[in-house]
Write a protein that binds this ligand. Structure first.
Ligand code: PSU
Ligand code: MN
Length: 308
């Protein structure tokens, strides 16, 4: 086993589990600081950690605190990330600055993947992936989450990609970056709030063991990069596509009118969708993250069994 990078601050719980090769599941923090309102963000973060523990794995929420990358956080640190006004949204390009300046950074999917990998964690659970934004042929707005999936060896469990993004173009980029995209228990690529997107999934998996086998096969061959596991939101929590599509269109129009772009785009759209739906989208968002945590825990357990 490679040792965790010396610049990382690991909790004892995470360090012990990694040393003993027990399953560890990474979690991101942009979703806490910039993806959901308080107090639901902090409640969600704590409940997701609890789900992972109940499943027999160790949760490792990742963030930069006072310039130091942390892998595993205390309950108070989760509260800080959910309430402090001065937490930078930190993707990979932001990590050097946030660290050098001693700032707090909430890590995106991309930055969380990178720090998880430096710690030796191979499974990461989140809500939604970043991707190719609608209008990207003009704006060039393509999330660094995709770049990172193309080069860092971590399996990312999400509920797919929201239709604030161009799902078809996102799938094209993932293909170019040689990222296996495994839809869990379905032939269709899921669209976060909705189980259906109208896009076929490139590949399918029906058990944690099948996912773990793909991870092992990829990395055994030295094919760098991640595996995207896309897990459809449970039917009971779904917002049907025909309902959410109009709301997303409205949020996109509002964003254009407000002149928001760059790394503010995703947080703006998430916040606006919560406002327009009167909180219904937030309930769905929290439900799907928990659902992903259950699956990610099982995948981490299978993978730990394969490699230890
Ligand atoms: N999608 C969500 N919730 C989120 C994000 C995406 O449903 O919180 C966050 C994730 O941290 C993701 C980031 O990595 O937004 C992508 O931001 P950007 O599009 O600026 O790369
Ligand atoms: Mn962007």
């Amino acid at each position: 086993m490679t040792l965790p990078h010396p610049s990382l601050v690991l909790t004892a719980e995470v360090a012990d589990a990694l040393r003993d090769r027990r399953p560890v599941v990474a979690l991101e923090s942009t979703i806490i600081s910039h993806g959901m309102p308080h107090p639901q963000n902090v409640d969600m973060a704590r409940e997701v950690e609890q789900i992972i523990r109940e499943g027999g794995a160790v949760p490792a929420t990742i963030a930069v605190l006072d310039g130091r990358p942390h892998v595993g956080l205390s309950s108070n640190e989760l509260e800080l990330l959910g309430t402090a006004p001065d937490v930078t949204k930190a993707s990979v390009r932001d990590l050097p600055y946030v660290i050098a300046r001693g700032l707090h950074g909430a890590t995106t999917v991309a930055a969380t993947m990178r720090l998880a990998s430096l710690a030796g964690i191979r499974v990461f659970v989140t809500g939604g992936l970043g991707g190719v934004h609608r209008g990207a042929p003009e704006s060039f707005d393509i999330s660094a989450d995709l770049t990172e999936l193309g080069r860092t060896d971590v399996a990312v469990v999400s509920a797919g990609v929201k239709s604030i993004l161009d799902i078809g173009l996102t799938l094209e980029r993932l293909e170019t970056l040689s990222v296996p995209v495994l839809a869990y228990g379905t032939d269709e690529f899921p669209a976060f709030f909705s189980r259906s997107s109208g896009h076929a999934a490139p590949m399918r998996a029906d058990s944690p063991a099948e996912v773990a086998a793909v991870m092992a096969a990829k990395w055994d061959l030295g094919i760098d990069g991640g595996v995207a596991v896309v897990n459809p939101i449970p039917e009971a929590d779904e917002i049907p596509a025909e309902q959410i599509d109009g709301i997303i269109a409205e949020a996109l129009t509002d964003m254009q009118a407000a002149g928001v772009h760059g790394n503010e785009a995703t947080p703006y759209l998430l916040g606006r969708i919560v406002e327009i739906t009167g909180g219904t989208s937030l309930v769905a968002n929290i439900a799907l993250v928990k659902h992903n945590a259950r699956l990610g825990t099982r995948i981490a357990t299978e993978y730990a069994g394969l490699v230890s």
